[in-house]
Design a protein around this ligand. Structure first.
Ligand code: PLP
Length: 405
């Protein structure tokens, strides 16, 4: 008799964005005259830049001509794109990464979710709390998480590293042995970063404990401060202990186009086995590559025009983030993130519960954000706003919040 993977039954339903959507639609039905401003979802709103669109059009035409048509491409990505990544994202920052250490994919979500397949089911997983939920849920599916405890809102085999105002949003090194450590900086949801010296502690920990760091830098393009590393490989020793995930989603507006990449350095070995070889085997078995047109689109991000245009879009969101940060500070809020990140993480006033603050913002000033508790138990009492809205709406939202009691 066929049996299902029972681990799926342990997954906690994610009510976060569905509950947000339900509350917003109920409010709008009751108050059709009120303009609701949405600063909740982590999706870009500016269109793909012209240099990228042009490149896609050209690539589409190539696909329609016999002499330039392309069938299956290399599963790891075309050389033209991998070479640009090596040059612009790494060499320019003094990091030496080889072309065959880059694996192009259709998203950092898939890659951060799939990577755990390479590791034994008894490895101990460490995640931050709050966290981007993919890291947790994919380990629940694989049977590494243990049992869910209602009382704590946590799985009993996962090591949760709380990040909060008290520890300056820097996760503390675990006291127990952990094997796989997920780090995401600039962080979703808190918008905070780790500087080089802090990241070095994690690299040393991983070396001492024979652990691996899974470093998600999907928001790397938002970094403005000098001493914040864009890549974990800017920190000495990282190539022996870390895999890095990058995405074109937030950096170049590719959330609907889909392109990302993962770096698996050849130095990275577990039990004498190169993880680069394992990931290559995994990808060539289960993945048939990103479309030619999309990879030409990603390549165009690195052209002179592409870089200029993408930078303008990032600067637009960065200005929004500043407007939100300044607006909240002026209104008396305690605010984190939003400097090297499109996310602003605020402390709810008077220790209000995250969902109570959500209701208050929606009802009193018709603004939608995301309750911090939706990202993990330590997110309780916090709230996330994003800089991906329009300038006009961002400014109006801050004016409304200033007037709120
Ligand atoms: N990693 C983090 C931390 C994210 O916040 C997101 C998207 O919100 C992703 C990865 C997903 O990226 P992609 O669109 O490349 O799948």
């Amino acid at each position: 008799m066929v049996k299902i993977n029972k681990n799926y039954l342990k997954l906690q339903d994610s009510y976060l964005f569905s509950t947000v959507a339900k509350k917003v639609s109920e409010f709008s039905e009751k108050n059709p005259d009120k303009k609701v401003i949405k600063l909740g979802i982590g999706d870009v709103t500016l269109p793909i830049v012209p240099a990228v669109v042009e490149s896609m059009k050209k690539a589409t035409d190539e696909m329609g001509r016999k002499e330039s048509f392309k069938g299956y491409g290399p599963e790891q990505g075309y050389d033209f794109l991998r070479e640009k990544i090596v040059e612009y994202d790494y060499k320019r920052r003094g990091v030496n990464i080889e072309k065959d250490e880059i694996f192009v994919s259709d998203g950092a979500k898939c890659d951060t979710g799939n990577i755990q397949e390479l590791f034994d089911e008894n490895n101990v997983i460490a995640i931050t709390d709050p966290v981007y939920p993919v890291y947790l849920d994919t380990n629940v599916m694989a049977g590494r998480a243990g049992e869910y405890e209602e009382r704590t809102g946590k799985f009993n085999k996962i090591v949760y590293m709380s990040v909060n105002a008290e520890n300056n949003f820097e996760p503390e090194l675990p006291k127990e042995q952990v094997d796989l450590i997920y780090l995401c900086f600039p962080n979703n949801p808190t918008g905070t970063v780790l500087k080089k010296a802090e990241l070095k502690k994690w690299i040393d920990y991983a070396k001492d404990n024979k652990a691996i760091i899974l470093f998600d830098s999907a928001y790397e393009r938002f970094i403005v401060e000098d001493d914040v590393p864009h890549s974990i490989y800017e920190v000495e020793g990282a190539k022996e202990v870390a895999i890095e995930f990058r995405s074109f989603s937030k950096t170049a507006g590719f959330t609907g186009l889909r392109c990302a990449y993962t770096v698996v350095p050849k130095e990275l070995q577990v039990e004498g086995i190169q993880l680069n070889k394992l990931w290559n085997r995994r990808q060539t078995t289960k993945f048939n590559g990103v479309s030619y047109v999309t990879q030409r689109a990603a390549e165009a991000v690195y052209s002179e025009e592409g870089q200029k245009q993408v930078k303008e879009n990032i600067e637009y969101y960065q200005e929004n983030a500043k407007i939100i940060r300044d607006g909240l500070v002026n209104a008396g809020y305690t605010v984190y993130g939003g400097i090297n990140s499109p996310y602003i993480w605020l402390k709810t006033p008077n220790n209000m519960k995250s969902w109570d603050f959500f209701d208050k913002l929606l009802n009193d000033v018709n603004i939608v954000g995301t309750p911090g508790s939706g990202f993990g138990p330590s997110g309780e009492g916090y709230f996330r706003l994003t800089a991906f809205g329009s300038r006009e709406n961002t400014i109006e939202a801050m004016e409304r919040i200033k007037k709120m009691n």
